[in-house]
Design a protein around this ligand. Structure first.
Ligand code: ZN
Length: 181
């Protein structure tokens, strides 16, 4: 396994649409491992391949590591068996209702803003063995995270849901921080 560098918004490479994985082979599984290691290293709950400049439809997620204390909004988190899992070629097969959640992103460090998305989703994807799997999220972090990470595959970062004023404030801050490194 290896840590990969996370692209920081507004890096234009985050806007690139990723491509479906044709075959889940060892190279894809290596990417899965690297995504997980990089995600845990940055204490994230999800990481999509485009965030490490690999433009394939692959996502690592583990929403169980977030404790209730980390979330001042007090949203109750459902426990999902398994903790870490990967979504390869995910597709929403159900999307309905609405849910607002305070989101963050490893590509937009230390910025948290409310985003409204679908409240109930079912996602179908291939797991790292290439088998079809489904997960459901309903008014919870699962439903938010699935949609947030799938957006990355389409070249979309959560700040694009914010007002231009908020987005520009964050953009200025990110550029300033990048220059400071
Ligand atoms: Zn993100």
């Amino acid at each position: 396994m290896a840590l990969r560098e996370i692209l920081i918004w507004p890096d234009p490479r985050l806007k690139q649409k990723s491509k479906p994985v044709e075959r889940v082979d060892d190279q894809v599984r290596k990417l899965c491992d690297d995504l997980a290691e990089t995600m845990y290293d940055s204490r994230g709950v999800g990481l999509a391949a485009p965030q490490v400049n690999v433009h394939l439809d692959v996502i690592a997620m583990d929403i169980d590591q977030t404790s209730a204390e980390d979330k001042p909004d007090g949203v109750k988190h459902e426990k999902h068996a398994g903790g870490l899992f990967w979504m390869i070629n995910p597709k929403l097969i159900l999307a309905e209702g609405e849910f607002t959640y305070t989101e963050g992103c490893l590509s937009v460090p230390d910025e948290y803003e409310d985003v409204t998305r679908f409240g109930h989703v079912i996602v179908e994807f291939q797991n790292r063995a290439g088998k079809i799997e489904r997960r459901e999220g309903n008014q919870d972090l699962m439903c938010v995270c699935v949609q947030h990470e799938m957006d990355h595959l389409m070249g979309k970062v959560f700040v694009e849901y914010l007002s231009p004023l908020k987005r520009n404030r964050i953009k200025t801050k990110m550029i300033k921080q990048q220059k400071g490194d």
